[in-house]
Ligand binder design. Structure first.
Ligand code: NDP
Ligand code: X2W
Length: 349
């Protein structure tokens, strides 16, 4: 039997990293060969995550690009903004394949990144090499890529919900409003005032209104689908649950359409794509119905009275919104079946 492709995870002690470990444990063609930490090198990964006891006995490696290259063929960067912009070039220059889960390479110009992330951008030459890994839309480019910029969690749910209708010309892109809710694991493992239990429990909070860093990412790909520049209103909310994103989106119809027509358009658009499921008329998805899985479920409601359509799109932020989508991209880059290692049904209840 051929040996498995070796995968290193930088940021393996974070939520995205540990979800990669969980999913890759069952992957038929890839194995985790190195778990890397900038703050706990030398310690067992299981010391911070007892649920990995007896499963992962390995010690955390340091962030040393040459040492990473010696132990891996592919590197996942599950690191905070500003890390991949420095690390990815050093890994790519060694001929490694790189999949970056952060926002460092998702925006088309350095100036936009600096404006929305408030940090210096990476080298524009690498920005040009990065392929946006929303594989249901850009899968042909993903197949030929060595460097993937994995989409953000909110943009994944939002773009999969909106792009077929925009491409078909069924909605007016200038009227789109995006109202999204995320579970708290979207903010990572680090503790903060806004995410601790008594601040969050039994509460629902809007945040970063008109300032969220995923706004220009959404606008970039909505504009790409519309064939012209589009700007949108995007409001994220924090919900007291661990996992899940729901993106509820509203837009004006360009012509009268029925729910049945939307279902048919979307089923045709995503035909053969294993991870997007279109709900029948009148059945809207809930985050629990995709939890722990790589699915994105989408439902619609046309309102004849207002001439608008409402889209409801749900994902698990740590799976389709991060680690699962990253593995889906790995599968396509390596020429494996798209769903390798990702064929599990959601956890329910
Ligand atoms: N959580 C989510 O749902 C999603 C997250 N993302 C993105 O994925 C990335 C990871 O997110 P998430 O796992 O939630 O975040 P976490 O905060 O949980 O984990 C990030 C990890 O990065 C490591 N790290 C911090 N600084 C450095 C550094 N200078 N060099 C190398 N490693 C470093 C830390 O581990 P250590 O101290 O051990 O090095 C930390 O555990 C982020 O960019 C996030 O925005 C994208 C989509 C969804
Ligand atoms: C709930 C929550 O706090 N979510 C995070 C998502 C962060 C993220 O995924 O950021 P990048 O994709 O830009 O790396 C936030 O809103 O900032």
């Amino acid at each position: 039997m051929e040996s498995k492709v070796r995968v290193a995870i930088v940021g393996s002690t974070g939520y995205g990293g540990v979800e990669l470990i969980r999913l890759l444990q069952a992957h038929p063609y890839a194995e985790v060969s190195s778990v890397i930490s900038s703050s706990s090198a030398g310690e067992p990964i299981a010391s911070g995550y007892p649920h990995l006891s007896e499963i992962r006995r390995d010690l955390l490696d340091d962030v040393d690009p040459a040492a990473i290259g010696a132990k891996a063929d592919v590197v996942f960067l599950a690191t905070p903004a500003g890390v991949a912009s420095k690390l990815a070039p050093q890994l790519l220059e060694q001929g490694l394949k790189v999949i970056d889960l952060s926002g460092d390479f998702r925006l088309p110009q350095s100036g936009l990144y600096e404006q929305w992330y408030g940090k210096p951008a990476g080298d524009p030459a690498y920005l040009e090499q990065a392929v946006y890994g929303l594989s249901e839309i850009y899968g042909d480019q993903v197949k030929d890529a060595a460097f993937i910029s994995n989409p953000g969690c909110y943009p994944t749910a939002t773009l999969l919900g909106l792009l077929p209708a925009i491409k078909a010309g069924w909605i007016d892109p200038d009227t789109i409003i995006i109202d999204a809710k995320s579970g708290v694991s979207g903010a990572g493992r680090g503790a903060s005032l806004g995410t601790h239990y008594s601040e969050l429990n039994e509460s629902l909070k809007a945040y970063k209104l008109n300032k969220h860093q995923h706004t220009p990412e959404i606008e970039r790909f909505v504009s790409d689908a519309a064939g012209r520049e589009v700007i949108t209103t995007f409001t994220p909310h924090l919900v007291p649950m661990s996992r899940g994103i729901m993106s509820t989106m509203y837009a004006k119809l360009t012509k009268e359409r029925s729910d049945e027509e939307f279902v048919e358009l979307y089923r045709e658009f995503y035909r053969g794509r294993p991870f997007v499921r279109i709900r029948p008329v009148g059945v809207w998805p809930a985050t629990k119905e995709v939890s722990g899985s790589n699915y994105c479920d989408i439902g619609f409601a046309v309102d004849k009275r207002t001439g608008r359509v409402t889209f409801v799109s749900v994902i698990d932020n740590l799976v389709k919104g991060a680690a699962g989508q990253a593995i889906q991209n790995l599968n396509l880059m390596m020429g494996w079946e798209e769903s390798a290692g990702l064929q599990f049904i959601p956890m329910y209840p």
